[in-house]
Design a protein around this ligand. Structure first.
Ligand SMILES: Cc1cc2nc3c(=O)[nH]c(=O)nc-3n(C[C@H](O)[C@H](O)[C@H](O)COP(=O)(O)O)c2cc1C
Length: 318
């Protein structure tokens, strides 16, 4: 159980080694021993997962055209609280077999780029790397590739264990040096103690942090520009009144830098037509059924959220 969320922690480990008793497999077993919750291990050499063939089916479909075990892995990635990449180093890089499996992560990029869709749920995922080599003591490329792959799975890198020197231990070894075992232990503690599941409240605080700003004399100007923009998009004949309200409308007041705009319209205006006249690329449209002030749905458009502030447009009826 994850102590903070009360949920069962889910860990997904990718194993990029072909050897059942090699360094990578041994370290994965050690990590598994001390990890709480559900653990799934996917081996790039054993799983029935083909590399991406750039067929571009996912450019227009929300599924990968290759019907293999990766379909299950997409689900496991989505659900995971922890994602661990564990691989030997071959020629200074994670193994080719493992890169082949990871090429299927292109699916996420394509969804964002060509279908404007996010295929991975927004949740906090911890990411970690375990790298093993014969003794070169050179892991820079594998390390940066591993971190990049973790980012593709929307997981946040929290630590790594690098065991360099398997050529110095007997072939049938499980003899991993004590200090490496200690590092694995520490990693498992860090993976378990960091709150894996984020509550809605925590998420809201992260993506909509409350920032207070000194009064900015540009705020009335932002309002004037946005007012002109709305008049042009909606048409003056459809607008009863547009006003700047909230704390940014009060001169000299320290405020949350949101330029709140109230757009008042007549009851006769077709709200669906109005919504359609505000382009998606410019406005994020939110709607809540009914509200305490009237029978109407509450309609809000978010204009943007930048470090220097943003604007919201609220629709009301006259
Ligand atoms: C094709 C190949 C390339 C390798 N390249 C490197 C390398 O660049 N640097 C290094 O230190 N070891 C290299 N090794 C050694 C492996 O990293 C080493 O055998 C390691 O123990 C493999 O991990 P495993 O025991 O988890 O399978 C290579 C081994 C193979 C088979």
């Amino acid at each position: 159980m994850n102590s903070e969320s009360g949920c069962m922690m889910k860990t997904l480990i990718f194993n990029g080694s072909p050897r059942n008793n090699g360094g990578t497999a041994t370290l994965i077993r050690e990590l598994e021993k001390s990890l709480a919750g559900d653990v799934n291990v996917i081996s790039s050499y054993k799983a029935n997962i083909s590399p991406c063939i750039d067929c571009r089916y996912c450019w227009t479909n929300d599924k990968c055209s290759i019907d293999d075990e990766m379909q299950k892995v997409y689900r496991l990635i989505n659900e995971a609280d922890n994602i661990i990449i564990a691989s030997p180093i071959y020629f200074g890089e994670i193994t080719g077999s493992f890169l082949g499996l990871m090429s299927r992560l292109q699916f996420y990029y394509v969804a964002r780029k060509f279908r404007n869709t996010e295929m991975l749920s927004v949740k906090k995922r911890n990411g970690a790397l375990i790298l093993v080599d014969g003794g070169d003591v050179y892991a820079d490329n594998a390390m940066s590739m591993g971190k990049s792959l973790l980012r593709k799975m929307k997981s946040e890198f929290i630590g790594s264990v690098y065991f360099s020197g398997t050529e110095n231990v007997p072939e049938n070894h499980t003899a991993v040096p004590e200090h490496i075992l200690a590092e694995i232990k520490e990693l498992s503690i860090n993976l378990s103690k960091i709150p894996a599941a984020e509550t809605d409240h925590e998420r809201q605080a992260r993506i909509y942090p409350i920032i207070l700003s000194e009064y900015n004399p540009a705020w009335p100007q932002w309002f004037a520009e946005e007012k002109a923009n709305l008049e042009q998009l909606i048409g003056n004949e459809n607008i009863a009144r547009i006003s700047h309200f909230g704390s940014t409308s009060v001169p000299e007041l320290t405020a949350k830098p949101t330029v709140d705009i109230l757009l008042e319209i007549a009851e006769t205006i077709d709200i669906e037509d109005l919504i359609a006249s505000l382009p998606n690329e410019e406005y994020i449209y939110l709607r809540k059924e009914g509200n305490s002030l009237s029978e109407h749905d509450r309609v809000i458009f978010l204009k943007g959220y930048l470090s220097d502030g943003f604007a919201d447009v609220w629709i009301g009826y006259t």
